[in-house]
Design a binder for this molecule. Structure first.
Ligand SMILES: [Zn+2]
Ligand SMILES: [Zn+2]
Length: 350
């Protein structure tokens, strides 16, 4: 299989980011990304899409019904729509249905956020009646910091040493993901979201550009596995291949600041047939296998509960029970365990 590293969820000057698409492409190239999914707020600019300096730029949108502070539905990431879907932002079910009709994918952005005295506004998902979305943003890199802004010294520390704070997806978002898959009885794909803005924040005389684009692109990524290599020239077909892999959950979320996650694999063998993360396998028993590029605390979870765990680079487990099996890898860094790799599940016995 071919593996590609990219970043989903970035803002440019078309909404509240601080760089042009060309600026983001430069940062993506420097960070070693193959693809970059730009998602400006209610703004669609397909003319910017394509292979640019070795980076496949996909132009999506972050559609929201945010009017003032009153968010009714939430923020929805839409990719591969080939049309502007902003006009449906007051009816999230119609919006999701339309994205599916035109062959796109959709993800609930920062589905649960924590707030603080200093950042009281949150943009959590609110309309939980909707169905049919592709998945959720399991880990929104920017949103996580919001929850840590509990005092002025912490706000300052976050501005200068953000990596001291980054720990992983909120436990309540991991639990939400497991619950949604159980309730809806279908695959729900997890992606990482950078939510890159590179905005300048001020606290009195102190001004600081928080998480510049290149640093953000070296942080929370989404790795994609494809059967065949991207062409590097035919942007339309390459984008389709990436979208298909995202839709299938052939992906994992990596936090590259703890070490490159390239080479991670989670696969299952059942009756001589091999499947990878995102796939389903019906016949029991199933042998699950995990390979990690470097040492970590490797866990296999079934329906959100740890069923196998080791410290190292490999873990295998034969399972007899149906369930949603996924992998988490944690590493100890800067004094505490931090999330490194979060795989999409293998659905066993469906
Ligand atoms: Zn948002
Ligand atoms: Zn955003």
């Amino acid at each position: 299989m071919r593996e590609y590293k990219g970043v989903i969820h970035a803002h440019t000057l078309y909404s509240d980011g601080t760089g042009t698409v060309a600026d983001l492409v430069r940062a993506a190239k420097a960070a070693g990304l193959t693809y970059l999914a730009i998602t400006d707020h209610n703004a669609f600019h397909p003319e910017e899409a394509g292979w640019r300096d070795g980076v496949l730029v996909m132009m999506g949108e972050e559609v929201d019904d945010d009017e003032g502070k009153e968010v009714k539905g939430g923020h929805l990431l839409a990719l591969g729509t080939r049309e502007d879907v902003t006009h449906l932002r007051h009816d999230f079910q119609r919006l999701i249905d339309r994205i599916n009709e035109v062959g796109g994918v959709s993800f609930l952005a920062h589905p649960l956020e924590r707030n603080s005295k200093y950042m009281p506004d949150t943009y959590s998902w609110r309309d939980w009646s909707v169905r049919g979305y592709t998945g959720i943003e399991l880990w929104n890199h920017l949103s996580e910091f919001r929850g840590y802004t509990t005092s002025i010294p912490k706000v300052l520390a976050i501005a200068f040493f953000p990596h001291w704070f980054t720990q992983g997806p909120w436990p309540e978002v991991l639990a939400l993901w497991d619950r949604l898959m159980e309730e809806q009885g279908r695959p729900i794909v997890a992606i990482g979201g950078a939510d890159a803005h590179a905005q300048v924040y001020g606290l009195g005389p102190i001004k600081r550009k928080f998480m510049p684009y290149e640093l953000t692109f070296r942080s929370v990524t989404t790795h994609v596995l494809l059967d065949e290599a991207l062409s590097g020239s035919d942007a339309a077909s390459d984008e389709r291949a990436l979208l298909n892999a995202l839709r299938s959950g052939h992906t994992w979320v990596g936090y590259e600041r703890l070490g490159p996650t390239d080479g991670f694999r989670f696969w299952a063998v059942s009756g001589g047939r091999e499947v990878i993360m995102g796939d389903s396998v019906a016949a029991l028993p199933v042998a699950l296998h995990v390979a990690v590029p470097d040492d970590g605390d490797v866990r296999i979870l079934r329906n959100g509960q740890v069923v196998a765990q080791t410290f190292g680079r490999e873990l295998s487990k034969e399972v007899e029970e149906p369930g949603v099996y996924r992998v988490e890898v944690w590493r100890r860094r800067w004094g505490r365990p931090r999330g490194w790799i979060f795989s999409n599940p293998i659905y066993v016995g469906r």
